[in-house]
Write a protein that binds this ligand. Sequence first.
Ligand SMILES: NC(=O)C1=CN([C@@H]2O[C@H](COP(=O)(O)OP(=O)(O)OC[C@H]3O[C@@H](n4cnc5c(N)ncnc54)[C@H](O)[C@@H]3O)[C@@H](O)[C@H]2O)C=CC1
Ligand SMILES: Nc1nc(O)c(N)c(N[C@@H]2O[C@H](COP(=O)(O)O)[C@@H](O)[C@H]2O)n1
Length: 293
Amino acid sequence: MSDSNPPTFLSTVLGTLEALAEPGTEPLPGLVSPDPLRPYVTLTFAQSLDAKIAGTGGRQLILTAYGRHRVEGRMRTMHDGILIGVNTAVNDNPQLNVRHLPFPTQNTHFQHYHHPRPLILDAQLRLSPTCKLLTNAAIGAGKAPWVISSAPPPADGFFAAEGAAEAVQEWEERKAALEEAGARIVLVERETLHPELPPTTTDLPVHAVLKALKDEGIRSVMVEGGARIIQSFLSASGTSGLVDTLIVTVAPMIVGRDGVGYGEGLEKVPGLLHLKTEVMGKDVVMGMKVVKV
Ligand SMILES: NC(=O)C1=CN([C@@H]2O[C@H](COP(=O)(O)OP(=O)(O)OC[C@H]3O[C@@H](n4cnc5c(N)ncnc54)[C@H](O)[C@@H]3O)[C@@H](O)[C@H]2O)C=CC1
Ligand SMILES: Nc1nc(O)c(N)c(N[C@@H]2O[C@H](COP(=O)(O)O)[C@@H](O)[C@H]2O)n1
């Protein structure tokens, strides 16, 4: 098989797709969300034999050199957006574009593949204005990232926390710096039982994030990680059915107990329907549908 053809693994797991697809065009076959209020969600990551996705202290690991370019690059061009947590953005400084794919030979428009829109979940706006996602977008090597965030609680009023005014000002300054660098900030409502109190978590509610993305025209999302994002999406999929397809690459490597794992708190994960498993080089890639049991 030529590298310019989609791997049959992906045609089986996600459907057969053409590469060029921008928001505003017809939905891609195979990636139509079952819920009109959210995009189609593919959760995909690479792990070691002991279920670690990064090394000690979040050090990036190259787990899947071969399968990554063929499968991950192709998957990126099949989705409107590619979503990561801010820790991954800060630790890895990733590019999240389709630079590894060969130039399409049968493309009469002489355009390269569609780059997915990078989507960073980042309540506190920790993304750096000089990150590769922004410098790449400035030279056309990827789409400008959207930073999904939530405005900090108001700094005035009886319940305002100490330091709230400074927090709001810092958040506004970081927002301005990111926008100046080319990012778009997409706001979601943060849910809390006590809206008057400061939030105790930096995690944005997954279903609200997905709804906001759908409202902005994102029809399909490839969620890449890291560990906390994987946990959030898998846990949320148990109650609300928020993940459609799970694609996991297992590499023949043991990282050890200090590596970053995602395996806690997954009691609510629903059933998995196996679709296809393929050996790619040294790696094993598994495709599953996430189903309610
Ligand atoms: N092997 C692989 O396929 C991949 C590995 N990684 C690795 O994962 C590591 C980072 O993982 P983590 O530290 O767990 O961070 P993460 O990348 O999952 O980011 C977590 C952060 O995202 C923000 N966030 C906002 N809403 C959230 C929500 N609903 N759920 C969870 N987080 C939310 C919070 O600030 C939270 O601290 C990196 O070192 C990276 O190398 C990342 C992606 C893929
Ligand atoms: N499939 C896969 N295999 C690995 O071994 C990985 N480390 C990752 N990591 C993900 O890819 C991002 C880097 O993307 P760029 O090469 O910079 O475009 C990284 O941040 C993780 O999300 N994935």
